[in-house]
Design a protein around this ligand. Structure first.
Ligand SMILES: NC(=O)C1=CN([C@@H]2O[C@H](COP(=O)(O)OP(=O)(O)OC[C@H]3O[C@@H](n4cnc5c(N)ncnc54)[C@H](O)[C@@H]3O)[C@@H](O)[C@H]2O)C=CC1
Ligand SMILES: O=C(O)C1=NCCCC1
Length: 312
């Protein structure tokens, strides 16, 4: 007898996925991934189908975590839209499987999962790597990831000042109106960044927007955009002077233009810091280069599904 999968909408995922549950589950998954026990966590590097004609990409992100017995795949598309487009860059769906029988048990929105888990992983990087008395947070970009990062970072930390810069000042002002709390809007990246302790880059840029010479020594940069091997958000000066952390070495070496084109070496995965096998060098300038991982989506899908089941 075949059972139909449940459909879980974006609104439901938003309601069911709480940041508090997310952080410990993601930390545990990142730690397990970095142990490289080939049967415990299986996550091939993302398969990406370029759609040149439409300036878009389709990414396939399968993952299995034995300890949690969770098998999932996220299918995500991302498009470079023109400046005036109101369409969001990403669309995503997650399929959750019964790992024993191979059937799909749930089909759920992946947009909210992508927004929340990416921001949560950046917050984990900041928790481990930002300077001890971090007071100023700067966000470069004002789209969906900028919002989700603002939400998690203000929940987890107490910054004295939060700054935002966006290509179009009115978008940065829109962002400042949309979030709960004071945000200073900047018209120049240099001015926004100077003096900041934590900098989050969440742009769709393909050329560097952040220059190393503007970054305060000891600051932490969570670099979330530039997820193609020929795209950049950070310049060579920053990549070479910083201690570089990644989510997955294989993912970063295959997909990150900032790492591949700068020739920067990867010091550690976040999971290695979580496991205590590599140090958190928070006294130095640090970059966490995030590419996104299937295990992060799988962990979220399980949290959503378990919550959904508990409410039936
Ligand atoms: N590391 C990860 O796990 C993930 C990374 N991403 C990446 O994060 C970035 C932000 O994603 P969203 O907020 O969802 O996109 P979005 O489309 O909602 O926002 C993109 C932002 O980038 C800005 N932007 C676009 N082109 C730019 C340019 N050439 N220079 C400077 N700014 C530019 C836009 O003005 C906007 O503020 C994207 O690069 C996306 O691919 C998204 C999901 C997961
Ligand atoms: O991890 C993800 O999900 C994504 N990462 C890079 C850009 C597309 C979505």
């Amino acid at each position: 007898m075949s059972m139909l999968p449940v459909l879980i909408s974006r609104e439901e995922v938003m309601r069911l996925l709480q940041n508090n549950d997310l952080i410990p589950s993601l930390e545990s998954a990142l730690g397990m991934f970095s142990k490289r026990n080939g049967t415990e966590v299986i996550q091939p590097v993302r398969t990406t189908v370029p759609l040149q004609k439409y300036n878009g990409f389709l990414g396939l992100m399968p993952a299995y975590i034995a300890h949690e017995d969770v098998l999932a795949i996220k299918i995500v598309s991302f498009y470079q839209r023109d400046k005036d487009s109101d369409l969001s860059a990403h669309q995503a769906t997650v399929l959750l499987f019964d790992p024993e029988r191979g059937n799909v048990i749930a089909v759920m929105d992946g947009i909210t999962i992508t927004e929340k888990r990416t921001a949560a992983v950046s917050a984990i990087s900041a928790k481990l790597l930002m300077p001890p008395k971090a007071e100023v947070l700067c966000i470069l970009g004002s789209g969906s990831q900028a919002i989700s990062h603002y939400e998690v970072f203000t929940q987890m930390f107490s910054f004295k000042e939060i700054r935002v810069w966006s290509r179009r000042r009115e978008r940065a002002e829109q962002f400042a109106r949309a979030v709960q709390g004071p945000v200073a809007v900047f018209s120049s990246v240099k001015e926004a960044v100077e003096g900041s302790d934590v900098i989050i880059t969440v742009t769709m840029a393909t050329e560097p927007v952040l220059q190393g010479e503007w970054v305060k020594p000891g600051a932490h940069v969570a670099a979330v955009g530039a997820c193609r091997p020929d795209w950049r958000e950070l310049d060579d000066a920053l990549m070479r002077k910083a201690v570089v952390y990644v989510d997955s070495r294989e993912g970063a070496s295959t997909e990150s233009g900032d790492i591949i084109l700068s020739g920067a070496s990867i010091f550690a995965e976040l999971g290695e810091v979580i496991n205590g096998t590599k140090s958190a060098q928070c006294e130095k300038t640090t970059v966490f280069k995030s590419l996104g991982m299937g295990i992060q989506d799988a962990v979220c899908a399980k949290l959503v599904f378990d919550q959904w089941k508990s409410q039936q």
